[in-house]
Design a protein around this ligand. Structure first.
Ligand SMILES: Cc1cc2nc3c(=O)[nH]c(=O)nc-3n(C[C@H](O)[C@H](O)[C@H](O)COP(=O)(O)OP(=O)(O)OC[C@H]3O[C@@H](n4cnc5c(N)ncnc54)[C@H](O)[C@@H]3O)c2cc1C
Length: 441
């Protein structure tokens, strides 16, 4: 079942040239296109399916600094401001609110790790409140339980996944940019070693600058021109329930269940970190690089099935540019949710939050989370093809940092002062056999 999505219409002819082309209309691609358009550039965004229809509408909507890896924290902080700024500048509503995120636990080791993160966050100027047992139990009163402790991060928040990317796409159109749905990019052209065009199923767009913000499809696309980008997808299954539960926190995390208030007043329910690994040729190719990450998360990852083979997003095949590619055969990556996870999630949620017993399940879906071996995204120029940039591998954290990532892409493409230090994101780090440690959260 597809996740709920606000659909937008984007009629119009595909331009034959552009100052910059953005491939992929998830949250990262739309924000990159938006910030390029704001600089007066003629931007064309091509999306093989619908704007926001893959990961960017399938997530919980958390926009957090809390528990971020040090490499991503500056981008998370800047992104929270950018979510707010975007609403002011465009009058578009992404549903973003600084509602604060609540974490509750009875596990001493988990509480200690949150306290360590608080100490580190202080050095970065980020406010987070460690809750003692009385405070945690009071904030978590909807559970009717006593908690040993918790965390409340008052400056974090949530945006509404079904409408966030579509609202940014509308803002691109208002700025004179052009957006094309059902238009897959099949490949790139070069002249003298530099990017000279993007080949789409509807024709070639001549350009000197492009970015691939293709989510789970990015590695197989890079494979076509020989750039090695280790990426693996984890299938995560979640559900939503109808509005009517009162008195719940807007965003609650516990080890057993997480609940997030949606824009329609219902709740998204999920088990943090739980996922299935569907075997694909690409996953087998990069398995040794992913071993440390999979070992770190082995308790919550289970074996999947063959649906990843059928969907084609992690193929190692070289496709022809004059024929339909796997991207046109799979307009929207819509994996089948794991029913056992959906049942367990729902049962745990009703047990922890009795108010949810008055609700009914409104939807259940899955999404492929595109991960890198170190859990940090790849953002930067692909140096073997000057003018061509990559922004993918957001490893389950890309929605909240979508504005900052899009801004950074626009900065790098235009040679402007980068909004955050781009060093940790450099896609070249995967060329070395050793890279940074796997992100903790
Ligand atoms: C269940 C779940 C829960 C999550 N929860 C959170 C959360 O609470 N907070 C958070 O920050 N993150 C969360 N994430 C992660 C977050 O959703 C992603 O990191 C983020 O949406 C990635 O955005 P993106 O634009 O890179 O990719 P996507 O949203 O996947 O978009 C990529 C787009 O590119 C298009 N595309 C690909 N190839 C081509 C091509 N060749 N031509 C044209 N178009 C192409 C695809 O069709 C797709 O629309 C979650 C993810 C899932 C699945």
């Amino acid at each position: 079942m597809p996740a709920p999505l606000q659909q937008i219409e984007t009629p119009g002819e595909l331009p034959q040239s552009a100052d910059a082309v953005v491939i992929g209309g998830g949250i990262v691609g739309v924000f990159a296109a938006y910030y390029l358009a704001r600089r007066g550039m003629q931007v064309v965004l091509v999306e093989k399916g619908r704007i926001g229809a893959e990961q960017s509408s399938r997530n919980w909507g958390w926009c957090r600094q809390q528990n971020r890896d040090a490499r991503e924290l500056p981008m998370a902080t800047r992104s929270l401001d950018l979510w707010e700024r975007f609403a002011v500048d465009t009058s578009e509503d992404t549903g973003f609110r600084r509602c604060g995120l609540l974490y509750l636990s009875n596990d001493e080791a988990e509480l200690a790790s949150w306290a360590r993160w608080r100490d580190f966050a202080k050095t970065a100027g980020v406010t987070t409140h460690i809750l003692d047992s009385a405070e945690a139990s009071e904030r978590g009163r909807a559970t009717g339980r006593t908690w040993k402790g918790g965390v409340f991060s008052p400056t974090d928040g949530t945006a509404d996944p079904p409408r966030a990317a579509p609202s940014v796409a509308r803002a691109i159109l208002k700025l004179g940019g052009s957006v094309h749905q059902n238009c897959a990019a099949r490949g790139i052209e070069t002249e003298g070693g530099r990017l000279s065009g993007v080949i789409t199923e509807n024709g070639t767009i001549r350009t000197k600058l492009a970015v691939l913000a293709g989510g789970a499809w990015a590695s197989s696309f890079c494979h076509q021109f020989g750039f090695r980008f280790p990426q693996a997808s984890i299938r995560s299954s979640i559900l939503s329930v109808s509005p009517s539960a009162e008195g719940l926190p807007d965003a609650l995390h516990t080890a057993r269940i997480s609940a997030t208030r949606r824009g329609d007043g219902g709740y998204t329910l999920a088990i943090s970190g739980r996922g299935r690994l569907d075997v694909t040729p690409q996953q087998l190719r990069f398995s040794s690089q992913f071993l440390p990450m999979f070992l770190k998360r082995w308790r919550s990852l289970g074996p999947g099935g063959l649906q990843g083979m059928r969907s084609g997003h992690e193929t190692l095949r070289h496709w022809r540019l004059d024929q339909p590619t796997p991207m046109e055969r799979m307009r929207i990556l819509d994996p089948v949710p794991d029913q056992a996870t959906i049942r367990l999630t729902h049962a745990r949620a009703l047990e922890l939050l009795p108010a949810l017993r008055q609700t009914r399940i409104s939807a259940a879906w899955a999404g492929y989370i595109d991960s890198t071996p170190d859990g940090v995204p790849a953002i930067g120029e692909i140096h073997s093809v000057p003018g061509f940039f990559l922004a993918a591998g957001f490893s389950g954290h890309g929605f909240g940092i979508g504005p900052g990532a899009g801004h950074l892409v626009a900065d790098l493409m235009t040679g402007s002062e980068p909004i955050v230090d781009p060093k940790s994101y450099d896609p070249r780090r995967f060329e070395a056999s050793v890279w940074g440690k796997v992100a903790d959260f």
